[in-house]
Design a protein around this ligand. Structure first.
Ligand code: NDP
Length: 283
């Protein structure tokens, strides 16, 4: 039986945030620039309120300026577009994040694509998605970037490994697949219409699960020694669980992320990394 290493995303994210804080200090002292992140929340979704609070707190802890805007549920699309435009024009704001999901009467795509791509620290703007897909320097969505960092930290060179990404959303699945392709993995993207998912997963050296179905991926689906990254966040009877049945992977996977404490903490750390990159300019 293989010992399965637990990939400690919480500890990794803490180290990354400390390193970002150090680089922010340098930017302030050498160039007089304080990175600024604006977060816009529309409505009262309790989960979004928690995310926005945490983002603000961690932004300030990294030595950056945090600008938080809480707009009422009744905000119109035109009003939100005007807010985004004012942030685009504000030189103190280097990164703009509009918290998703937005209320139903607002076209989320139109809002995201109104953000100046150079301030799109979520990496969801169609220009950044296109640049990622065509191998150009861009802002990479935060959760996928966090997955990649954990994989590289665990495995080193990913070249030639077979990665199976379960899920094809624009927010997680597709950008994770693009990043892994850039790392020279052989990438399979699975989704709800995939036939024989266990058989597909069994071919993988790397499994990334971004599905939103509690504990769907079983240890019996894995090739021995596979590395498993669980993006899922599901609340079951008040408890957080991932998309992977963590216990059943023990002794089969060589390493896997827990939920909570795996990918989750990486997302805000990568948001801070992207904000710092926005303040220094894409290179
Ligand atoms: P979406 O609902 O947008 O996408 C889910 C994907 O899973 C779809 O592509 C869907 O396929 C696929 N899928 C659904 N059911 C199955 C199935 N039975 N077999 C195979 N594939 C299936 O979710 P997101 O990508 O936004 O999020 C995925 C998970 O990650 C969620 O649990 C979410 O909470 C979590 N998450 C965590 C973050 C973090 O910070 N850690 C950040 C963002 C998300 P199809 O396209 O065919 O419908």
């Amino acid at each position: 039986m293989t010992d399965t290493k637990i990939i400690d995303g919480k500890a990794f994210a803490e180290r990354l945030r400390a390193d970002i804080a150090r680089r922010v200090e340098l930017l302030k002292s050498q160039k007089g620039i304080t990175p600024g992140l604006a977060v816009v929340l529309v409505g009262n979704d309790p989960a979004s309120e928690v995310y926005v609070r945490n983002k603000g707190k961690q932004t300030r802890e990294a030595g950056m300026n945090s600008y938080e805007f809480k707009l009422p549920e009744t905000t119109s699309q035109a009003e939100l577009l005007a807010k985004v435009e004012s942030l685009n024009l504000n030189p103190d704001v280097h990164g703009i994040l509009v918290q998703l999901p937005l209320p139903k009467h607002i076209d989320g795509e139109a809002i995201i694509n109104a953000i100046n791509p150079a301030k799109d620290v979520d990496g969801f703007h169609v220009i950044n998605a296109g640049k990622l897909a065509t191998g150009q320097e861009s802002f990479v969505p935060c959760t996928p970037l966090g997955c990649l960092m954990l994989l590289k930290d665990t495995l080193g060179d990913l070249s030639g490994l077979h990665a199976v990404v379960i899920g094809r959303s624009n927010i997680v699945g597709k950008p994770v697949a693009q990043l892994l392709l850039r790392e020279n993995c052989t990438v399979t993207i699975a989704h709800s219409k995939t036939k024989d998912l266990p058989g597909v997963v069994r071919q993988a050296d790397i499994v990334v699960a971004a599905v939103g179905k509690p504990e769907m991926v079983k240890g019996s689906w894995l090739k021995k020694g596979a590395v498993v990254i669980d993006v899922g966040i599901n609340r079951v009877n008040g408890k957080l669980v991932g998309d992977v049945d963590f216990e059943s992977c023990q002794g089969i996977a060589s390493a896997s992320t827990p939920v909570p404490g795996g990918v989750g903490p990486m997302t805000i750390a990568c948001l801070l990394e992207n904000t710092l990159k926005a303040a220094t300019g894409l290179s």
